[in-house]
Ligand binder design. Sequence first.
Ligand code: SF4
Length: 447
Amino acid sequence: MCGIIGVSGIPDASRVAYLGLYSLQHRGQESAGMVAVDGEGVARSHRGMGLVSDVFSEPALAGLLGDVAIGHTRYSTAGSSVLANAQPILAGYREGPLALAHNGNLTNAAALRSDLVAKGSIFQTSSDSEVLIHLIARSEAREPEDQLLDALERVEGAYSLVVTVGRTLYAIVDARGFRPLWLGKVGDGHVVASETCALDLIGATVVREIGPGEFLRIQGNEVDRLPSLPKKPHKRCIFRVRRALGRELAREHPAPGTDCVFSVPDSSNAMALGFAEEAGLKLEHALIRNHYVGRTFINPTQAGRNAKVKIKFNPVREVLQGKKVVVVDDSLVRGTTSKGLVQMIRQAGAAEVHFRLASAPITGPCYYGIDTPTKGELIAATHSLEEIRRHLGVESLGYLSLDGMRRAAGGNPVEFCDACFSGDYPTAIPEETGARYATPLQPSVAV
Ligand code: SF4
């Protein structure tokens, strides 16, 4: 769930992209980066580890000249959390500088990479996205757009991409449409971003969501639809549909006799609101989130995850004291964070804690860009409902059913991916080895 942004035809594009990256910060906090392209087609890159505000200084932005830029906020799902894997990737290429920022995961990256290495490719990173750069560079097609298409036809999995070749910006969404990408317009230029909040912050008008399989060429004011990618069944991630989940959850698992409901902020806020409305319960703010700590869920190391729970949430004692409360969360992965949260809520005086999850039990990893661990680490894959309830230490536990999720998603359920709940993966999946994308990066050495 990285965040990506692309800007074309807007003066000081890097400053516009910088603002957009700020609003995409919640999608990845390990690293941030940007490539800007000036009027001569010269590309400049700046990347760093940490938050957008840590990575970009005034001098850094001043150095990113031009009216074309792409940017990225990263959390690692494929490849380790090191600077070498920060994006955008910038490469020298026969048509000029090529830069690429990727949201999603390629499920056949390991096989493609082995093949490329056998043919002499030298990789600079351990991220799956670099495979695309090599495939583009090795394509025998003449035009850059055909080279891009060539490369994309060979990869499987999830990708929403912003790519610059010279001064041309491309925005591409894989044929199944796992991950979102939006097109916006501002002044004489265009912006694409993972979420509309980035367009709002920039002051862009939302034009539309870029659909599955779309391949757009953007040159300032002009947007051209290029031949789309070969059609495949649409499989938007069902997690992208959040609003109605809380209502369905309240219908399936009401908590009669409780005093109030609250969310685990911020990802569950809309769900708790839906639950409160449907259950006729008072919605409270019983947990205050410290926004200056990285998202627990996306922190890549177990040690960091445990330590962060306590500093990330502050329970509000006045709200919790003596109350029978319902906690709504969006999902349960390992259960570590939730267990710590329940302990905090009890210590703050809650009389009863009823835990409700606005998704079905996660029983398999996501291979399409959400950072879920291997099957063995998923609590719902290895424990019964009662075991999980006892592990969390709650009076009652209720998961939304998969049918409930599908009802909440509306539309045609087959157009959604629900593989991490159902096991019905829409692509071939990588072999689970414990190190799912195991092609370890050798630390760079100075010679
Ligand atoms: S596997 Fe799960 S998280 Fe991943 S895209 Fe499918 S529904 Fe979304």
